[in-house]
Design a protein around this ligand. Structure first.
Ligand SMILES: [Zn+2]
Length: 327
């Protein structure tokens, strides 16, 4: 039994133990009946019977996503506020809303619920990446450099444990009272990135994105990366490409105007129709020390200057494709 207090009076009661079939007991405090509720909302956190957090995780996820959508309503795929501005809103508005009071409820979070929480990230990350709605959450997290929500929840919780000097074990980390806090924060960040890496490596989704960003640590070091509507299509493989559109039933024919099967790789690396744009990019990439042209995907995101050349090429190709379709 859990009694939830608000000021001087108890607000509600909740059964913590005993699965199903139990009649809630009648509780009185100072002659006043305390109502049994399921779920109970206390200081903004919704707790269900058995101290389950599913409802809270689901409702805060929906609320935070709606709030974020309202704030970024002026953000459309092709125009509007930039990716870095959306990231600022994501870190400053979305995460604090969805993980409100996580220090209190993270220990109650079941693995299954934690995994489901990440689905509320879909919408904010779609806006940040300016990509197609068909891109998986796993790929969106990596491309945006946004940690999966369950790991972000652990990060905030265990940082609070270190701050209050409370011993804990998490993954390969053992924190004891009196340990160096600065070192502990660094070890925690590293462990979380390792966990994310293992998840990304095991994911069956986002193959194209994995070619560009196989290592989440390296992706996180590239905070300068400004995604746009054009480059994201190549970084995810989801975009204005015949094979992909055919797969989703939007187009009947997967062929490029040149006659070959049209994929992101084909138009970027091989298609003769975009040779002019590609040659300009190859010259510029060579001046930046890239000797593999557009074939080595990881080279194309190595520095901001190189990535800008890549972005210009992506925009050139997709704009030419659109113009040719209109003719
Ligand atoms: Zn072609």
């Amino acid at each position: 039994m859990v009694m939830l207090k608000c000021g001087k009076s108890a607000k509600g009661s909740l059964l913590k133990t005993g699965k199903g079939g139990y009649r809630p007991p009648t509780i009185k405090l100072l002659g006043k009946s305390i109502r049994y509720n399921d779920p109970v909302k206390y200081l903004g956190v919704t707790i269900s019977a058995q101290c389950k957090m599913e409802k809270h995780a689901q409702s805060t996820g929906t609320k935070a996503s709606c709030l974020f959508d309202r704030l970024t309503v002026i953000c459309k795929a092709r125009w509007g506020i930039t990716c870095s501005n959306i990231r600022t809103l994501y870190n400053g508005v979305y995460l604090p809303s969805v993980l409100y009071a996580i220090e209190a409820w993270n220990p109650l979070l079941r693995q299954e619920t934690a995994r489901k929480m990440s689905s509320s990230q879909r919408s904010p990350l779609l806006r940040m990446s300016k990509g197609y709605a068909t891109v998986s959450t796993d790929a969106r997290q990596v491309i945006c450099g946004a940690m999966p929500l369950d790991l972000e929840a652990h990060k905030r919780y265990y940082r609070s444990q270190i701050k209050s000097n409370t011993a804990f074990t998490f993954g390969l980390i053992q924190y004891n009272e009196g340990d160096d806090k600065k070192q502990a924060y660094t070890r925690l960040d590293s462990e979380l990135l390792n966990m994310w890496q293992a998840k990304w490596h095991a994911s069956t989704k986002g193959d194209t994105t994995y070619e560009y960003f196989p290592d989440v640590k390296i992706r996180m070091q590239k905070q300068w990366m400004e995604l746009d509507y054009f480059s994201t299509q190549f970084l995810t493989g989801h975009g204005d490409f015949g094979l992909r559109l055919k797969k989703f039933g939007i187009k009947e024919d997967d062929r490029c105007e040149c006659g070959q099967s049209e994929t992101a790789e084909h138009v970027l690396r091989d298609c003769d129709l975009y040779e002019q744009e590609r040659n300009v990019a190859l010259r510029e990439l060579s001046l930046e020390g890239v000797t593999t042209g557009v074939r080595n995907t990881q080279e194309l995101t190595k520095t901001k200057k190189i990535f800008d050349i890549f972005k210009k090429l992506c925009k050139g190709i997709l704009t030419k494709k659109e113009e040719s379709r209109r003719r």
